[in-house]
Design a protein around this ligand. Structure first.
Ligand code: UD1
Ligand code: MN
Length: 439
C-alpha cells in the first residue's frame, strides 16, 4: 500500500516535470522561429498563431489528464474546496454532492416527504438525505429509523437542545417560531461545520417535490457557485397558484425575494450568516437587507415543491387561502442539459429590462376587461405602496412586502399570468431601489 502510493507520487512528479519541460521547449522553439527574422510576414504570423493555439489545446488536454491522475491517486484531495465529490454522472453538471437536509419534528407524515425524495433522487451518494429531528417525538423518530435501517436515509440526527425558551406573555404564541429558528441553527451547523458539506438543499417535513426537483438543483448549482449575486436557489414561486403560471416548466427567474420552501445554500454563505442567526422568524430575517445585501435567489415559474402541512406552527388559514392552491410541477425538465447562463446577472439584467419595459403599458382595468387580449404580454405600473397593494389584490397575487420587497419581485418587477396572459407588474423604468418603509 505504502509502496504503491510512493510509486504513484513518483509517476505524478515525472508527469509534472515532462509537462513543464515540454512547455519550455515549445516556447523556445516558437519564439526563436519568429525571432530569426525581424519583420515576420502575415503567413508566418498565422503559422505562429496556429502553433500557439495547438499548444494551448495540448496543454489543456495534459492538464485534464493530470487532474484525473491526481483524483485517482487521491493526492491533493485535502486541498480541494469540496471534499464531497460524487462519481461523474451522465449529465453535464458539476457532480458536487448535494445533501438534502430534512427538518423534522413531530409529524409522522415525514414519511410522505421522504418517500418522494427517495423516489425521485438518482443516487444516494450524490444526494444523501440527512434528517434532523427536533421535538424528541418518539413515533416520528421510529418512522425515520425505518428509513435508516433500509439505508434510504443516510443520517438521522437529533437536536439535543430541548430546553424551554423563556418568553414574555405577548411572545408566547410565537414559541414555535423560536424553536424552529433554534433547530435550523443547530442543523445547519451540523451540515456545514461538522459534516463539512459545501452546499445543502434544505426541505421541511411537509413538502412534496416534483419529479425534476434534483435535476433543478443539480443544474442551478453552477449558477449558485459562479454568480456572487446569487445566494440561494429556491423551488418556490410565491405566486405559483394554479392558473397564475404559464405552462412553461423550464422557465426560471432571478428573485430579490427569498422564497425558502426547498432551497439550496452554500457553506460560505452559512459561515457568513450562521454566527448571527436570529432567535426567531429566521426566514424574514434572511429577507432583511442586512443579510440579503442585494443578493438574489433563482426561482422557477412552476413550483418544485408544495406543502401539505395544513396544521403547523402558522395558522391553517393561510394554507386554505393560499398554499393549497400552489401548482406543483409534474413534468421533467432536463435542466442539466440546458445552458442556464442566461441567469447570470450580466446576461439577465439587460435582457430582463428590455423584456419588461418593451412590453406595452396598460391599466389594471384593461388587464381585467380582456380588451388587450391580442397582446402577448402586458405591463402594469405601480408607483406607491397603496397602489401596489390594491392592484395586487385585484389581480390575485400576494400583496405583502418583506424588507420593502414584494414577493417574487426582481428589480421591483413581479411577473405572473392572469387569464392566460403574461403580466409584468412593474415600477417605472428608472427604478433604483426598494423602499424599506413599504410593509
Ligand atoms: C413557516 C414556513 C417555514 C418556516 C417557518 C419559520 C411556510 C409554508 N412555512 O412554517 O418554511 O421554516 O415558518 O419561519 O411558509 N419544526 C421544528 N421544531 C418545532 C416545530 C417545527 O423543527 O418545534 C420544523 C417542522 O418539522 C418543519 C418546520 O419546522 O420542518 C416548519 O414547521 P411547520 O409546522 O410546518 O410550520 P410552518 O407554519 O409551515
Ligand atoms: Mn410547514
Amino acid at each position: 500500500m505504502v509502496m504503491t502510493n510512493v510509486r504513484r507520487k513518483h509517476v505524478l512528479c515525472v508527469v509534472v516535470a515532462v509537462f513543464i519541460s515540454w512547455n519550455a521547449i515549445m516556447y523556445y522553439v516558437l519564439m526563436s522561429r519568429h525571432a530569426r527574422k525581424k519583420i515576420p510576414s502575415d503567413v508566418e504570423l498565422d503559422n505562429l498563431d496556429f502553433g500557439i493555439q495547438n499548444q494551448l489545446r495540448r496543454n489543456l488536454e495534459l492538464l485534464s489528464k493530470l487532474r484525473s491522475l491526481r483524483n485517482e491517486t487521491g493526492l491533493g484531495m485535502k486541498s480541494d474546496r469540496t471534499q464531497h465529490v460524487a462519481p461523474p454522472g451522465p449529465s453535464g453538471d458539476d457532480n458536487v454532492v448535494l445533501p438534502i437536509l430534512m427538518i423534522a419534528c413531530d409529524r409522522v407524515t415525514v414519511s410522505r416527504s421522504l418517500d418522494l425524495l427517495i423516489k425521485y433522487r438518482t443516487s444516494k451518494e450524490r444526494f444523501p438525505i440527512i434528517v434532523s429531528q427536533d421535538c424528541n417525538h418518539k413515533l416520528t423518530s421510529d418512522v425515520i429509523q425505518k428509513y435508516i435501517a433500509s439505508d434510504n436515509v443516510q443520517k438521522h440526527i437529533k437536536h439535543p437542545n430541548q430546553t424551554d425558551i423563556p418568553l414574555n406573555k405577548k411572545d408566547k404564541k410565537f414559541l414555535g417560531y423560536y424553536k424552529i429558528a433554534r433547530h435550523y441553527k443547530w442543523a445547519l451547523d451540523q451540515i456545514f461545520l461538522k459534516f463539512n458539506y459545501s452546499t445543502a438543499i434544505i426541505v421541511e417535513d411537509d413538502l412534496d417535490i416534483s419529479p425534476d426537483f434534483f435535476e433543478y438543483f443539480a443544474a442551478t448549482h453552477r449558477i449558485l457557485t459562479s454568480d456572487p449575486s446569487v445566494w440561494c436557489v429556491s423551488a418556490w414561486n410565491d405566486n405559483g397558484k394554479n392558473g397564475m403560471v404559464s405552462d412553461e416548466p423550464e422557465l426560471l427567474y432571478r428573485s430579490d425575494f427569498f422564497p425558502g420552501l426547498g432551497w439550496m445554500l452554500e457553506r460560505k454563505t452559512w459561515l457568513e450568516i450562521g454566527p448571527k442567526w436570529p432567535i426567531t422568524f429566521w426566514d424574514d430575517w434572511m429577507r432583511h437587507q442586512d443579510q440579503r445585501k442585494d443578493r438574489v435567489c433563482i426561482r422557477p415559474e412552476i413550483c418544485r415543491t408544495s406543502t401539505f402541512g395544513k396544521k403547523g406552527v402558522s395558522k391553517g388559514l393561510y394554507f386554505d387561502k393560499h398554499l393549497k392552491h400552489i401548482k406543483l410541477n409534474d413534468q421533467f425538465v432536463a435542466f442539466t442539459k440546458k445552458n442556464l447562463s442566461y441567469l447570470m446577472k450580466e446576461n439577465y439584467d439587460p435582457w430582463f429590462k428590455h423584456m419588461v419595459y418593451d412590453t406595452p403599458e396598460v391599466t389594471v382595468a384593461e388587464v381585467m376587461s380582456g380588451s388587450k387580449k391580442h397582446l402577448k404580454a402586458l405591463r402594469v405600473t405601480y408607483t406607491t405602496k397603496e397602489q401596489y397593494k390594491s392592484t395586487a389584490k385585484k389581480l390575485g397575487i400576494m400583496d405583502d412586502f418583506k424588507a420593502g420587497v414584494p414577493r417574487v419581485a426582481y428589480r421591483g418587477v413581479v411577473s405572473f399570468v392572469y387569464k392566460g396572459q403574461r403580466i409584468y407588474f412593474a415600477p417605472k423604468s428608472d427604478w433604483q431601489k426598494y423602499d424599506i418603509k413599504w410593509t
